[in-house]
Design a protein around this ligand. Structure first.
Ligand code: ZN
Length: 497
């Protein structure tokens, strides 16, 4: 008798809890009936697949191996597209500006089920697929795989609340086109390369000279619209003197032209709703509230309608650790940023938002619960916490390798971690290894070395850690889900969601 006999019987009777059989684990929430076809996701060994029984177009369109009265369908891109056609909730969607959203970028392709369980009963929507090109390069994945993993997670969990897919921090037109072609529903335009960071360090005379070299119509445009004028955003008044006008025109003029160009070329004509986010956060200097206002005002004057804007806040939003900086100053500026977003109608977006526990209540308060918060690597840290707790030997090897290669990772990420402060491995008992994930220096060490660890190979080209890492997390699936629920749940509690 096939090991799928019990699965098929359970699918016929609808008592999915009976589907468990040797080596096959069912995901009861995935059980779906469409006309005469029944589908159930299972895990066979470490491989997830969808079991299909019955007859009809859905059955025929899914590809897989037919055996003993069922079809075993792999989690392939083609099968994902079939699910999207028959079950619209498995395809990503745009959300607009009236609901809070959280970016839950899943670098590993296995965190989304836990993320879905975290958000499903809360007043916030998940952007499950969210990767930057930098992350793809470091993990060796592509956008197709990222979106496939998110869609299958939604199917696995039977989650019908809707989710988004964010082409994160894109700056190259071909990447924008590719993500839209793949069905991404959100686009985060990274304008960092168009923002002139040299202006802040210049003397007034230098600024005047540089400004004077701008075309007359550009200067006339900014002066007519802003010079010695004041604007109201909620209870805040924003004013521009001559120096402000010159500086903003020089710092942001090119970026504003780029935003309008991309919007007109790709978003306006997309033929569907796209959540368009403007990111001006990856710059050296914090975004002054007046600059935020001016950028938004220019966009809306050109007829843009944006989903969110990510300014660079004062203080530091470093990866994987709490906010660093003057919280009172942050609160003061956040109020104005939130009022500006409200004035135009978009959402304030907070990047590198994982673990910023001390400022979450302020974000909830001043955005009145209408925000977008991005997290990404924190689910990788929770995965490493599970590895530390359940496979200490593997954790030790990965940790040691991360220490050796930390300096390479600094080429991609700016962190404050001092790895000399990380407690030596030989002084930490196996049972205490997970506590590394509660230490800021160790967190950042592990946080930024994910690409190096996942791509590490031995002399024969075999993965040093990746295979065992994924096997461990597959065996510890429930532990990983509860770790994510606890950690991301803490974010949402403090954000009032
Ligand atoms: Zn960012």
């Amino acid at each position: 008798m096939s090991k799928y006999a019990a699965v098929i019987d359970a699918m016929k009777s609808g008592r999915i809890e009976d589907a468990e059989s040797a080596g096959v684990k069912p995901y009861p929430r995935s059980f779906t009936v469409h006309e005469n076809v029944r589908l159930l996701m299972v895990k066979d060994g470490h491989v997830k697949k969808i079991v299909a029984i019955g007859a009809g177009p859905l059955y025929d369109e899914l590809s897989g191996e037919e055996t003993d009265g069922c079809k075993l369908c792999g989690l392939t891109h083609e099968n994902r597209l079939v699910l999207n056609r028959y079950f619209p909730y498995t395809a990503p969607r745009a959300f607009g500006t009236q609901v809070a959203t959280i970016g839950l970028g899943d670098r590993l392709g296995i965190a989304s089920p836990g993320h879905i369980r975290t958000v499903r009963d809360r007043n916030i929507k998940p952007i499950l697929a969210q990767q930057s090109i930098r992350e793809l390069n470091l993990t060796g994945r592509d956008y197709k795989q990222v979106l496939d993993a998110a869609c299958f997670a939604v199917f696995q969990e039977g989650y019908k609340g809707g989710f988004g897919a964010d082409g994160d921090h894109l700056k190259v037109e071909s990447d924008i086109q590719m993500s839209l072609d793949l069905g991404f529903t959100m686009l985060t335009l990274d304008c960092s390369e168009k923002i002139d960071n040299t202006i802040e360090g210049m003397s007034v005379a230098e600024i005047e000279a540089k400004y004077g070299a701008l075309p007359a119509e550009v200067r006339e445009h900014y002066e007519r619209r802003y010079l010695e004028q004041s604007f109201q955003a909620g209870e805040f008044t924003i004013r521009f003197d001559k120096l402000d006008v010159m500086k903003n025109a020089l710092i942001y003029g090119e970026a504003i032209r780029f935003m309008i160009y991309i919007y007109d070329k790709y978003i306006r004509n997309a033929g569907r709703e796209i959540d368009f986010e403007i990111s001006i956060d990856e710059t050296l200097t914090p975004t002054a509230p007046a600059s935020h206002y001016l950028v938004a005002n220019e966009l809306y004057a050109s007829g843009l309608n944006i989903y969110s804007m990510a300014p660079r806040f004062c203080g530091e939003f470093q990866k994987g650790i709490d906010y660093i900086g003057d919280i009172a100053q942050f609160e003061k500026e956040l109020q104005v940023h939130a009022a500006i977003a409200d004035h135009f109608g978009y959402k304030l977006s907070i990047h590198s938002g994982s673990d910023k526990f001390s400022v979450f209540p302020l974000i909830a308060k001043y955005t009145k619960g209408r925000f977008h918060l991005k997290t990404a690597g924190t689910n990788w840290l929770e995965a490493m916490r599970v590895v530390a707790a359940t496979n200490p030997a593997l954790y030790r090897r990965m940790h040691a390798y991360a220490l050796e290669h930390f300096h390479e990772a600094l080429a991609y990420y700016h962190v404050k971690a001092d790895i000399r402060k990380v407690k030596p491995l030989d002084q930490v008992a196996d049972a205490d290894l997970p506590s590394y994930m509660d230490d800021d220096d160790a967190r950042q060490l592990i946080h930024i070395t994910y690409g190096i660890l996942l791509q590490a190979k031995d002399g024969e080209g075999r993965s040093l850690f990746k295979d065992e890492f994924f096997r461990t997390l597959s065996e510890q699936e429930e532990a990983y889900e509860s770790a994510l629920r606890r950690h991301i749940g803490k974010h949402l509690d403090l954000l009032g969601k």
